[in-house]
Design a protein around this ligand. Structure first.
Ligand code: FAD
Length: 476
């Protein structure tokens, strides 16, 4: 306990950085002589959070509360307009400093700028730090001073940069003698929109900093060796699964980077470990793009796509959402999403391609569905992934390269392990994950595991031809 009479407290405003280790914000907050009050504010930024990300946020906050309590600290929860909450808390605690990790989407930037000026006007120090990225967007510039629009030169520009060493978790969290009041997490009802899906997804989620660290260690102790060659095979345990932890900031990219570099040096497969680091840098690239072109979240990144005749939401898209297209790789991916809260990258690419190309439906329809269902939802990676798959984004695959989900199945799921896992709901060898889909989806969908699997809703060749024709017409 620290005396706040002589040493006023520092408020540590936690956001997408729900951890203790390698946390520059904690390090900064603890520099002062006074106690530290960690706070999380549920403000308007969370209004358009989807059901699964909100549920996952609640789980992460709950775990962080436990972690902090075990170390004699607490997490203060408040809801409302962030500026007002902050000013009230400062008045209550007499804090003289507020510290937070920067965010990079336009709404958070505008909010944080406003709060910073408000604090400075009131004579309170406002310190923001980099707690979520390896390379902040403005620190990576092309030779002519612009930003990167293509991934490979971005990767080359950062590959050999020094990355600061990770910061250890603080030993003393400098709890105040008296704590300000906190909302009860249960009153926020963060899981309320998940409905039946929460029970299923909870079985797969790996929540909190400690489990994220274990997950990284397990991955780098074996699976990383085959990462480069096997990461595209959705039935194989060849990927890290860290995205849900990154999304809440339960692990830092700096920690992952250094562990990956060590794996490169120590294991016999330096290429594989390097490939993993390269993927981690895709997340950095997504934030680079989000910062420099915030419209990536809402508008076609390439404006020449504005004339493309994408359909708004429609009945075909509803079949896609329900995993009832009759195209097995697509349905397996969409059901994986519902059952586990994540989807393998290979099937994210091909389900997105199917919706935007074969079904000619706007990428925003799919982006919104993923935003609602993914426990690893990330504003930058989701927007970039959708625009990439649709063809209208930065570094996008050429439009005429339309994924054929059947061919993809033959190539990446030859033995049908993935498809059976998420589709085989009948017969003596029915899979429990395939059955779980029917328990997880809303009853209103009226789906039963006993119903026959649907016939393909579209001839893949026809869908492809239609999309290409529209593309050619658009190109004029
Ligand atoms: P690994 O293969 O183990 O990779 C390690 C880390 O690198 C990941 O955790 C992730 O942080 C990063 N990474 C890997 N691939 C990508 C990529 N293509 N783009 C950006 N970062 C990457 N990722 C999200 O985290 N949140 C999203 O909302 C999201 N939406 C997507 C939507 C679409 C349409 C597509 C095509 C991709 C999307 N991705 C998203 C990217 C990617 O699919 C996931 O990051 C990946 O599947 C996570 O699995 P993993 O942690 O096992 O990754």
């Amino acid at each position: 306990m620290t005396s706040e009479l002589t040493n006023p407290p520092t408020i540590l405003w936690l956001r997408r950085d729900l951890r203790l280790s390698d946390h520059p914000g904690w390090a900064e907050a603890l520099k002062g002589p006074g106690p530290v009050i960690p706070i999380f504010i549920l403000d308007g930024q969370f209004e358009d959070y989807g059901a699964a990300p909100k549920w996952r946020l609640g789980e992460s906050l709950s775990q962080l509360q436990t972690d902090l309590n075990q170390r004699g600290s607490r997490l203060i929860l408040r809801s409302g307009e962030a500026a007002k909450v902050m000013i009230d808390l400062i008045a209550e605690t007499n804090a003289r400093r507020v510290v937070w990790s920067r965010q990079y989407d336009s709404r958070a930037i505008a909010r944080d700028k406003g709060i910073k000026s408000l604090l400075v006007e009131s004579g309170v120090d406002a310190v923001s730090v980099n707690g979520s990225l390896l390379f902040e967007p403005w620190t990576v510039e092309t030779g002519t001073g612009g930003f990167y629009k293509v991934y490979t030169p971005f990767w080359k520009a950062v590959r050999h940069r020094d990355v600061r060493v990770p910061i250890s978790a603080p030993a003393d969290l400098k709890a105040p003698n008296t704590w300000p009041a906190s909302d009860a997490l249960s009153d926020w009802q963060l899981g309320s929109s998940m409905g039946r899906g929460a029970v299923s997804v909870a079985r797969f989620a790996t929540i909190g900093e400690c489990r994220a660290q274990d997950r990284l260690a397990t991955f780098l102790d074996g699976p990383v060796d085959t990462y480069k060659d096997r990461r595209d095979f959705p039935a194989e345990p060849a990927v890290s699964g860290l995205s849900e932890n990154f999304a809440q900031g339960e692990i830092s990219p700096v920690t992952v980077w250094h562990a990956g570099v060590r794996a490169m040096e120590q294991r016999g497969h330096p290429d594989a470990a390097e490939h993993f680091l390269k993927e981690v840098v895709w997340r950095e690239f997504a934030y680079h793009l989000l910062f420099h072109t915030p419209e990536i979240e809402t508008r076609n990144w390439r404006s020449e796509w504005d004339s493309f005749p994408w359909r708004e939401d429609n009945e075909d898209a509803e079949r896609w959402r329900r995993g009832m297209t009759g195209i097995e790789m697509v349905d397996a991916g969409m059901r994986e999403l519902y059952v586990t809260g994540v989807m393998h990258n290979r099937t994210r690419m091909l389900t997105a391609s199917f919706l935007t190309k074969h079904l000619m439906t706007h990428w925003k329809v799919g982006e919104a569905w993923f935003r609602d269902c993914l426990i690893d939802w990330d504003p930058a990676s989701n927007a970039m992934g959708w625009q990439w798959a649709a063809g209208c984004g930065p570094d996008a695959a050429p439009y005429f390269r339309v994924f054929n989900p059947d061919t993809q199945g033959e190539k990446f799921d030859r033995r049908r392990v993935y498809r059976d896992r998420f589709l085989k709901s009948q017969g003596p060898r029915a899979s429990s994950d395939a059955m779980a889909f029917f328990d997880a989806v809303p009853r209103a969908w009226g789906l039963s595991p006993d119903d026959p699997y649907p016939a393909p809703m579209i001839e893949l060749a026809d869908g492809r031809a239609r999309a290409l024709q529209a593309y050619e017409q658009r190109a004029g």
